[in-house]
Design a protein around this ligand. Structure first.
Ligand SMILES: NC(=O)c1ccc[n+]([C@@H]2O[C@H](COP(=O)([O-])OP(=O)(O)OC[C@H]3O[C@@H](n4cnc5c(N)ncnc54)[C@H](OP(=O)(O)O)[C@@H]3O)[C@@H](O)[C@H]2O)c1
Length: 328
């Protein structure tokens, strides 16, 4: 089978499409025939591990331990191991499965749910990481309440386009921050207010927010505090492009210290894969409350270009790899 593979650290051009052996599912594993996968900034962060000391220690010092990019997947169950009872061959599923940029994927730690029939494979593949981040940031860390004023910095990206829709579903009044070309799109997703960051700095405005969900990290925590209500909460998930691991760690250390000193709370999020969250997303998509936004589609042979495009930091919604097109 064909799969995207990389064996050294670097930018997207270290990825090659190679013939590799088709996996055979172990007792508790599910083999997926991939129909679509989606790209996350994480794919290029892992690939560039060389630039980041801590990442390199965790991911392999000289050569990467993770060599198969892609986590978000949608496809058909091809085969299941002996102890799998939840799925059977032929089921349409989506979720998290390492090595998703391939014709077939199989991961002992996969988290999968059935795909709703009214959702395409491409839409379903767009969901996992971005939706975990939006749900776990807004609902779990942010404890968002109906009527609260929520600002989403980075509202036009993969996570942001889910976050705007999920915050609206949870009853919040949403302000999205994006560039000029995305203002109408962010408004159409449910943001009542949209701030064009090329014209206005939200940290200098008059409006105060109960929750800031920051997917860009281009303002200091103190600048964000200025526009938080006294009991407001800042949830940081974004990684500023080009920031070193020390810079990232500094934010993680500063947030709890600042929370201790002032009345607002500052929390850093590390999203985790969750089958329960996939189930929530399945319902939201099946009932039309959330619709994934797809920016571009690439073929399996174009994985390096897709990863490079996302790494440039201006995707509009999600970027999808279409492996074998099939309408639901
Ligand atoms: N902590 C976690 O667990 C976790 C999980 C997932 C993602 N992340 C991180 O969260 C961030 C967002 O992820 P993503 O998947 O949404 O990335 P993405 O799809 O690449 O997001 C790109 C978006 O960022 C917007 N943007 C760029 N500069 C901006 C600025 N100055 N102000 C406002 N928006 C700006 C762009 O909008 P314009 O084109 O309009 O500029 C674009 O729509 C990334 O840093 C990613 O690494 C963290």
């Amino acid at each position: 089978m064909k799969a995207a593979v990389y064996t050294r650290y670097g930018s997207a051009d270290v990825v090659q499409i190679k013939d590799v052996e088709k996996p055979v599912p172990q007792d508790n594993e599910i083999l997926i025939k991939v129909r679509a996968a989606s790209v996350n900034p994480l794919d290029s962060h892992l690939m560039k591990g060389s630039a980041r000391l801590l990442a390199r220690i965790m991911l392999g010092r000289r050569t990467p331990k993770i060599t198969r990019p892609g986590v978000d997947v949608a496809g058909q169950v091809e085969a299941v191991g002996r102890s799998v009872t939840q799925f059977k061959p032929g089921d349409d599923v989506f979720g998290s499965c390492r090595g998703a940029f391939a014709e077939f994927a199989c991961d002992p730690k996969s988290a999968l749910v059935l795909k709703p029939p009214n959702v395409t494979f491409e839409q379903a593949a767009a969901v996992p990481v971005a939706a975990y981040t939006a749900l776990q940031g807004l609902r779990d860390k942010g404890k968002i309440q109906p009527g609260q004023k929520v600002l989403i910095n980075g509202a036009a990206g993969g996570v942001g386009t889910f976050a705007v829709q999920i915050a609206r579903w949870l009853g919040a009044e949403v302000t999205g921050v994006c560039s000029t070309r995305n203002v109408d799109m962010v408004r159409s997703l449910g943001a009542g207010q949209v701030i064009d960051y090329t014209r206005e700095d939200f940290t200098k405005g008059r409006q105060r927010y109960d929750l800031i969900f920051d997917l860009v990290a281009n303002h200091s925590l103190l600048a964000c505090r200025r526009v938080l209500n006294p009991k407001g909460i800042y949830i940081g998930a974004g990684v500023l492009a080009g920031l070193s691991m020390i810079g990232i760690l500094a934010g993680w250390i500063t947030a709890p210290v600042l929370s201790w000193l002032v009345s607002q709370k500052f929390v850093m999020l590390l999203a985790r894969r969750s089958q329960e969250d996939l189930t929530v997303m399945r319902e939201l998509m099946a009932t039309g409350k959330v619709t994934p936004v797809i920016d571009r589609r690439y073929s399996l042979g174009e994985v390096p270009q897709a990863i490079q495009y996302v790494a440039e930091g201006h995707a509009r919604g999600k970027v999808v790899i279409t492996v074998a097109p099939k309408t639901p």
